[in-house]
Design a protein around this ligand. Sequence first.
Ligand code: ZN
Ligand code: ZN
Length: 601
Amino acid sequence: MRLYKTWVETYEKNEEIHAEGVETRREAEGDYDGMGSTPIPPGDSQAVPKAKPKPKPKSSAPKVKTDEQLARAAVVKANANLLEISQWDYKLANASVPKVVRDAYVSSMETEGKELRDAKTAVELALSLGQSLKESTEKLESANENYRKSSGQVKKACDHSFADFLISSLGRGATSCAELQKAAHASVKEAEANKGGLSNLTRKIASLGNWGKWPQNIERDLTVLLQLPAAPLFLEIPVRSNINRKDVVMGKLPIIPPHALFHYLHVSWWLKDLNSTFPQSSGGPAWLCELRGDWKWSREAFALSTHWGAREICHLCAAKCPAHPNVQQRWTNLDREFPRRSAVNAMASCFKWPHPICGLPGFQVAQIRFCSMHIVNLGILQNLTGSLISLLFQHGFFGQGNMENHLRELSSRFRAWARVTKIEHSQGFISSGMLHMQDGYPHLTVKAWNGQVLLVFLDRCLTALVAAGAQDQEIQLAHLATRAMTCWFDRLARFPRLLSQAQGNEISNFGFRFLRLYRQLAILSVLRSVARWRLLPKVHPFRHMNEDMRHRLYNYRYCHTFKDEDNVGVCKKLAERVAKGDLMEYRIMTRFLLRVGSWVP
Ligand SMILES: [Zn+2]
Ligand SMILES: [Zn+2]
């Protein structure tokens, strides 16, 4: 999942770059002279980044450092270490490490400090006497090394209490249970040698598997010791057999029910530690604010009876399907701000059966959020760009010939444009396979971010077409709709999480304008019987998003699901670390729960 994570990071980065890109455009709008009059040559490679620097020739032999250089390096290091030693007490106190433990650590560090100082003095002595530095430098180096080893634990203690550190590193998949026991055991021994104290938990971890004598029992003992935050449930599902990877057999797979995890984080936290700063009445550190996900996922996860294909399509309002006799009540009525459901109405009419989530303290149906990435980028935008390409094709904007030629020309101009404007994207050549017909309407399958960049480019193309004197109503409308959508994306990326009223108005105005224009386009396409501008149910939640940004002043960029989908990466990392075999999934869950269990807010 490294790749995916990187991609998310790039996306975040891109959002900034995109904002800048649009900014440039706005400033340069006046002197833009149109794509038609000065087409960017397809093979333009002038703007391509500079050539890679030549690799340095490898030196034939590694450089040999002189004794003096070695000595100097060792002394510099020793000085840094000595400085660090003088600060441990302060640092540990800051990390609120108990006094007994702190004193034990500090006194052991001071012993190291004395060794360092003695070795350093020996080097200086050798220098002043003009003797060979070799022996004394080696001593100093080994003193540095000793210090590095033994200070590791103290460093950890500054970040967390040691036991917490051990457990959470296990939860991240960093060490095995056996290593965890060993580390705890070592620290117990050291603490005893230094007459220091250690937490009970560390001692207990050290005693796992009968003090490490039975390593195979360590994981089991740890599970018992820690009392995992939620017990995994086992579901029986068909899986491919372990033996030949062909036969389908029933296998038991563990799952963590989300409401059980929530119960742990919200309700039972205070039980875990009675000295907790969270009073019983307010629950734990976690509070249910929003449930984010794709529409389809929400529908399945929460057993929603309202969805795009149902009679009532929305869990936020009572909008009806297009077959409903009353035109006013249909979701296709995009001008109307539907009244939101009351809490009682929502509970009564949105769920197929009472879902456990409804019983959570503070739960409201409106907390099931629509994700802007799935609704807009992977929904509306794909239809919009598909239709735009179809429109430009009809007007021969990218030359004559069939669609394949047209798309090739479009791709190369798009890529050249992105190179020159320095907008990052990962879009390769668009093939006719990516522009499919969905229920008879064009639909372009591109990644969420690439679609956003492509839209800006298509906006330029339409600007050029209009500047060249195109009078067609469809082009005029498409141009305005595209412009509204690019501005919407721009504001979404630019505005902060909490919007001011002016910002809320601005962004939602672009959203509503887009919807008005897009609906006119849809009507026009019916009148002219051309298959473009499909009005898909996702425009309805898009309307809600804009209402919310106007009334509740919360930027929808902060409830899209890029980060959430990254959780898959966490689980994959754990999967790579745990022992494989029959219980692999269970082990992953356990590790994940250990991580949750060791989380201290
Ligand atoms: Zn998704
Ligand atoms: Zn609705």
